[in-house]
Design a protein around this ligand. Structure first.
Ligand code: 1PZ
Length: 215
């Protein structure tokens, strides 16, 4: 595991990454998008071994995108928009669902994009939660409303088991590493709309190019 993944999670840092991933023209820089996810992986890693399978998948998806970014085609992978154009123009995407490109940038990012919807729903629930609300229920409800529809039974089951082991609300706020519960709520108030914007831009781009069902 890379050193950065062993370091302590900080919500503020994740917020900064997602902030810097938006260009003035509202393009999404893949490098910063990936570093936002890498930040979130630190949180997953601090939650114990039941979350290991989720963290592994998130790391492998971010690695695929980083490899593209470091490859000779790197400049085409600077933004989500340029990646979509490059992979479509060069027929590097399974638009006809043949499964020839199981690691295309477009299908890999689609998985993280769907997870971003879960994150947005979960953090909004957390932000507006009351003292006695259960993080496991917030997490499960957000998951059922989003990612679960894309996962087979076994993954849904394992995710469900992991959710039960989440720390209680106040302990979870401490893991966020930004200060008092009020400060956490404050940072979440900035983070959620930002994640929403990044999600929406990607969503529209994928809709426009009919990329929502990539295998
Ligand atoms: C705070 C609690 C964290 C709970 C995380 C909730 C998300 C549950 C996701 C369960 C994913 C299980 C592992 C692998 C699934 C893959 O099969 C799928 C589809 O990829 P494919 O098989 O088609 O290549 N992968 C995904 O759906 C991407 C999942 C990324 C999850 C990132 C979570 C980051 C959590 C941040 C914590 C705040």
């Amino acid at each position: 595991m890379a050193d950065s993944e062993n370091q302590k999670f900080c919500l503020q840092e994740v917020l900064e990454s997602f902030k810097s991933c938006l260009s003035p023209e509202k393009e999404i820089y893949i490098e910063h998008y990936v570093s936002g996810w890498r930040g979130l992986v630190k949180l997953l890693n601090s939650l114990g071994s039941l979350f290991g399978f989720i963290s592994k998948d998130a790391v492998s998806k971010t690695q695929i995108l980083m490899n593209f970014l470091k490859s000779e085609n790197g400049p085409h992978y600077a933004t989500v928009q340029s990646m979509v154009k490059f992979e479509l123009d060069n027929e590097l995407v399974d638009v006809d669902k043949k499964g020839i490109y199981p690691e295309s940038g477009c299908r890999t990012l689609l998985r993280l994009h769907r997870a971003l919807r879960w994150l947005q729903l979960f953090l909004e629930r957390l932000r507006t939660s009351k003292e006695d609300d259960k993080t496991s229920v917030m997490c499960r409800d957000a998951y059922n409303e989003s990612l679960a529809q894309h996962h087979p039974w076994l993954i849904r089951k394992s995710a469900g088991v992991a959710f039960y082991s989440l720390p209680v609300r106040l302990a979870f706020f401490e893991v966020m590493n930004v200060g008092t519960p009020e400060q956490v709520v404050d940072v979440l108030g900035k983070a959620v709309p930002l994640l929403c914007e990044v999600y929406q831009i990607t969503e529209e781009l994928y809709q426009k190019h009919n990329l929502h069902d990539l295998p």
